[in-house]
Design a binder for this molecule. Structure first.
Ligand code: G6P
Length: 609
């Protein structure tokens, strides 16, 4: 939540800060702002209650000059998305600060500052940090020292970047609980919430650790750890190309990312199995020992990643005979647990920075789990650093807020994990079956993408609807949940998913000619039961949209619209059936004219509780 970018250079930094913000907009887009120290040593600040494009518009052709600056794109937490609440925040016109995170004790600090005579210009928690640092700067011009003195007073999560008029060749940044990277240039250095923001200017990065403070100058970066000792952090070269976060020929990132799935899945599978068996090296050093201890799985995740966990539960129990529970992280972290001996915690997160997921992992450390295995798409994330073992998905950067390729690559990784457990449980046949199924994935996903024209036509039926019901059974109930989440996230149609057998226990009361019912219908043992559930809908005048394997005998007839899905082997069917539902949500949203990649009120990476 919120994107930060900053620079200290010899050139004018405004254009690269604005490009950085554009690339960070997936983190929030309620307001945007930039502050620079101009050649006369004065601050030039521009903020808008709007998007980065609005900020560029507000700046006009005469973009201000300045070699040192910070910029921000916001996902509002404290205070509405207004001009006053937009970052950078300034204190007495002396310093400018951008923040990602939440300062939990801001009310007490705010009262204290007001008593001392400080006048707040915003409702944000962030301005408290700016004011406190400024109060220290009034005693000395040392920006680094001022930040160091203030941080122990702040509770919560933060990544800050601060610049000061009195110490104008310096950018001081710190992180605790929110991500921040330093981009290393030649005679210029940068900071940002993630590497993608800085790819146009560097591919060399230092990933700050929890509690680090970095003193960033044009030609020097000094890093202090949480004890205040100078530390050396490795400089890593990013393999990402700047174009990886461009839309290419696509109208929306989401559309591009849906079509990248065959390649992303293929990359995720590469080098992870041999002769039909999963390679343990895929999980990192010491994997065998930890996996041997696991007799049960507890999966924890949020949003779409949680849905991946729900599907994995079916796989785990069906193919590996390994008991598996799944819970959303925001609930898991706040309840008492009775942990069975030998339970492995499996955390799933695209970003690896979701606050509830990280907190759940930390809480779980003292609960008696045998260890933590992470599935994550970002190698440098906090989650990867904190987990004992990890399987990285290789989806590449996912920019659209609605997750697509991250989800299907998570499922690919989960399939391999379940296969590895199947062998441990003495089910070698299951391991061979799952690995063989995984190998078929890229081709099968290519084929199901060919349903797009048909799905796009069907989308026209949803444009004027207010509600939609999604049905599925077994693992495909979780697919229905994910399909309904996609539709509500980007088209703003209220959508709910039910296990089809639950229809008669409540939701059937909602069914009439205004309630489209979407059903996921694979050719499996439950197809006849599902068929009966669909009849119950038709009998009440409900319009059905059925995504059915082409091996079922379901055919379109009045009120019964069938999209034929190329049949796949059972294990990968939940992945294959997900794709047409992604396409449905996408095309409905396009027809409704919503902002597909940046749906209202949402953000891609939720680094606040
Ligand atoms: C946000 C995003 C979702 C995502 C969820 C969990 O809500 O909008 O797309 O599924 O966070 O994110 P994670 O990075 O932990 O998978």
């Amino acid at each position: 939540m919120c994107g930060i970018v900053g620079a200290c250079a010899q050139r004018d930094v405004a254009p690269l800060l604005l490009e950085g913000l554009r690339r960070l907009e997936y983190r929030g887009y309620d307001s945007a702002g930039i502050a620079l120290i101009d050649p006369d040593g004065e601050f030039k600040r521009t903020r808008v209650a709007g998007r980065v494009a609005d900020l560029v518009g507000a700046l006009g052709p005469a973009v201000p000059m300045g070699n040192v600056g910070v910029a921000h794109t916001r996902w509002a937490t404290h205070g509405e998305p207004s001009h006053e609440n937009a970052h950078p925040h300034m204190a007495n016109e002396q310093l400018a600060l951008v923040h990602n995170g939440i300062i939990e004790n801001y009310e007490a600090l705010r009262d204290e500052l007001i008593s001392a005579g400080y006048q707040f210009a915003s409702e944000t928690d962030t301005e408290v940090a700016a004011a406190l640092i400024q109060s220290r700067l009034s005693e000395s011009d040392d920006l680094l020292g001022a930040v160091e003195q203030v941080l122990p007073r702040l509770e919560g999560a933060y990544a800050f970047a601060v610049i000061s008029k009195h110490d104008p060749q310096r950018l001081v940044v710190c992180r605790k609980g929110s991500p921040l990277v330093v981009g290393v240039g030649i005679g210029e250095n940068f900071v940002a919430s993630d590497v993608t923001a800085l790819l146009p200017v560097t591919n060399q990065f230092i990933f700050l650790e929890e509690g680090d403070i970095a003193d960033v100058h044009r030609d020097e970066i000094i890093i202090y750890d949480s004890n205040g000792s100078v530390v050396r952090r490795p400089v890593k070269e990013s393999q990402l190309r700047p174009e990886a976060v461009e839309r290419g020929g696509y109208r929306h990132f989401m559309h591009k990312e849906i079509h990248e799935q065959p390649a992303a899945i293929s990359d995720t599978l590469e080098g992870r199995y041999s002769s039909g068996r999963v390679l343990e090296s895929a999980f990192g050093p010491g994997a065998g020992e930890l996996l041997d201890k696991a007799k049960r799985l507890q999966i924890v995740a949020c949003g779409t990643s949680y849905h991946a966990g729900l599907i994995a539960r079916y796989w785990s129990e069906q193919y590996a005979g390994l008991p598996c529970d799944v819970e959303v992280a925001s609930e898991f972290r706040y309840r008492a647990h009775a942990v069975d001996e030998g339970t492995l915690l499996l955390v799933i997160s695209q970003s690896g920075e979701t606050a509830d997921v990280l907190a759940a992992l930390r809480e779980a450390r003292n609960m008696g789990y045998v260890g933590v295995l992470a599935i994550c798409n970002v190698p440098e994330s906090s989650l990867i650093r904190e987990a004992d073992l990890a399987m990285l998905t290789r989806a590449g950067p996912e920019i659209g807020v609605a997750s697509t390729k991250a989800f299907t690559t998570q499922l690919t990784a989960l399939l391999l994990i379940v296969a590895a457990f199947a062998r441990r449980q003495g089910r070698e046949e299951s391991e061979l079956e799952l690995v063989s199924a995984a190998q078929q994935l890229p081709g099968a996903v290519e084929r199901v993408l060919e349903t797009e024209d048909c799905v796009a036509k069907l989308a026209e039926h949803f444009v004027d609807r207010q509600h939609a019901l999604f049905l599925g059974r077994g693992a495909h109930y979780a697919v229905a949940l994910e399909g309904s989440l996609k539709l509500k996230e980007i088209s703003y149609i209220h959508a709910e998913a039910y296990p089809a057998g639950e229809l008669k226990h409540g939701p059937l009361a909602l069914v009439d000619e205004n309630m489209p019912v979407v059903a996921v219908a694979p050719q499996d043992d439950l197809i006849d039961k599902l068929r009966s559930n669909l009849q119950e809908v038709r009998a009440r005048g409900g319009e059905l949209y059925v995504f059915a394997d082409d091996s079922t005998s379901l055919k379109s007839s009045g009120g019964f619209n069938v999209v034929s899905v190329p049949a796949s082997v059972e294990a990968i069917s939940p992945i294959i059936h997900t794709i047409p539902l992604q396409l449905l949500a996408y095309h409905v949203a396009v027809l409704r004219g919503t902002d597909v990649d940046k749906p209202r009120n949402l953000a891609k990476s939720v680094t606040v509780e």
